[in-house]
Ligand binder design. Structure first.
Ligand SMILES: [Zn+2]
Length: 403
């Protein structure tokens, strides 16, 4: 009874999705999407090697081996709901049928909008790391986050972040000359200010894929001395110092421009991705809103403790429900108890809308399970539970991003 009531109410909530990498329609359609692209765009390829497109025998075999994986389970649900095919038997026949229907669906230019509508996603924040100055995207569905990784790699023109991005390539595109260290800092100012004018609503760090999340205090003189040195002249420690200085510089600008910052925590380069590494930043920039991604997995309780300790820290559960629904459930309970239901949000973190749909259905199911438990235990009333669900899926994010 309680479960049904909550399931029905939560299904009706229009979500504000805080994080996606969804390819614009003109990009995805060039890939001629089939079941192969959908599995790749929803992390199944992180768990098993997806065979060459068209090899359904091998694909069926690969999927059967990982049948308990949460990325795959959420994908199965999405394909069933959106394309009307059940691939959970992992037969070549159903996988081929799924491909046929996916191809047909993508003939419709409005397919992404259609899926958003069916999932009840009002809008989402796009992190287009493959082109951070993106111009062609669906402005009705997306608002932008500005990926900052590349700026920490500006010590010379050859360096690249893990996505192959360099600030000098962006400067070239924007016709901006960088010769000196002062020019470089001015360029960062210019990009952030212009991004604000272009409607970017937050900054995004995926630096956990590039380096440790520990950012020490480094003087301007030290960073200036490192600037312009060649790869041969630089030690790993020099590169880290330069990045540390720039991160602090960006955060001081984020403070001036009122940019919240989304930060990937957990997994990635796992020896340096513990969210506790960021504590000195939370203290030093009390006016900056730090949104910690992925529940810091596997350091999920650390995230709840950080929210209790710092009022400028937020938890974004993006990606976590499809990494491990159990971890997501556990963290969600801790977060609700610690924050009362505020400063928590959700994003899908996928490249294709099918992935996003599956991730949202997983998140909604987790919300139903957790909130049913609290109502049954008389910890919350049904109306408390609905209020919390709608805060997590919608209003908390809208407040932070002022949308
Ligand atoms: Zn992401």
């Amino acid at each position: 009874m309680i479960t049904k009531k909550l399931r029905d109410e939560i299904a009706l909530i229009w979500t504000f999705d805080t994080h996606e990498h969804i390819y614009p329609y003109h990009v995805i359609v060039e890939k001629k999407p089939t079941i192969f692209e959908i599995l790749e765009g929803s992390y199944v390829s992180w768990i098993t090697r997806i065979p060459k497109k068209g090899d359904y025998t091998k694909l069926a075999k690969c999927l059967r081996r990982i049948r308990g994986n949460a990325f795959l389970r959420s994908c199965i649900k999405a394909i069933r709901d959106l394309h009307g095919v059940d691939i959970s038997d992992f037969s070549e026949l159903s996988l081929k049928e799924a491909s046929r229907r996916i191809m047909k669906a993508y003939l419709n230019e409005d397919w992404q909008r259609e899926v958003f509508k069916r999932a009840r996603i009002e809008k989402c924040i796009l992190d287009p790391y493959w082109n951070i100055w993106i111009e062609r995207y669906d402005k009705e569905l997306f608002v932008l986050a500005l990926r900052i990784n590349m700026f920490l790699f500006g010590y010379n023109r050859e360096a690249r972040d893990h996505n192959g991005n360099s600030p000098y390539l962006l400067a070239e595109k924007l016709n901006y000359d960088i010769e000196t260290f002062d020019d470089y800092l001015c360029f960062i100012d210019y990009v952030l200010k212009t991004a604000k004018e272009r409607g970017y609503i937050c900054l995004k760090s995926a630096l956990a894929y590039d380096r440790t999340l520990r950012f020490d205090d480094v003087s301007e003189e030290e960073a200036r001395a490192i600037f312009g040195k060649s790869e041969k002249e630089l030690s790993i420690a020099d590169k880290k110092k330069f990045g540390d200085f720039i991160m602090h510089y960006i955060l001081s600008k984020a403070d001036e421009l009122s940019f919240p910052i989304q930060i990937h925590t957990g997994l990635a380069l796992i020896e340096g991705s513990n969210p506790l590494n960021l504590v000195s930043l939370f203290r030093k920039y009390p006016n900056v809103k730090f949104i910690l991604f992925h529940g810091g997995y596997p350091w999920t309780s650390e995230i709840a403790a950080l929210l209790l300790s710092f009022s400028n820290v937020y938890a974004d559960l993006c990606w976590l429900p499809i990494i491990s629904p159990t971890a997501a459930k556990r963290l969600l309970m801790e977060l609700i108890e610690v924050t009362g239901g505020r400063r928590i949000m959700w994003g899908g973190d996928c490249w294709v809308v099918e992935g996003t749909y599956g991730a949202l259905m997983m998140m909604k199911k987790i919300l139903v399970d957790v909130l049913t438990y609290y109502v049954e235990k008389r910890y919350l009333t049904v109306s408390d539970a609905i209020d919390i669900a709608s805060a997590i899926l919608r209003t908390n994010a809208k407040e932070v991003f002022k949308i």
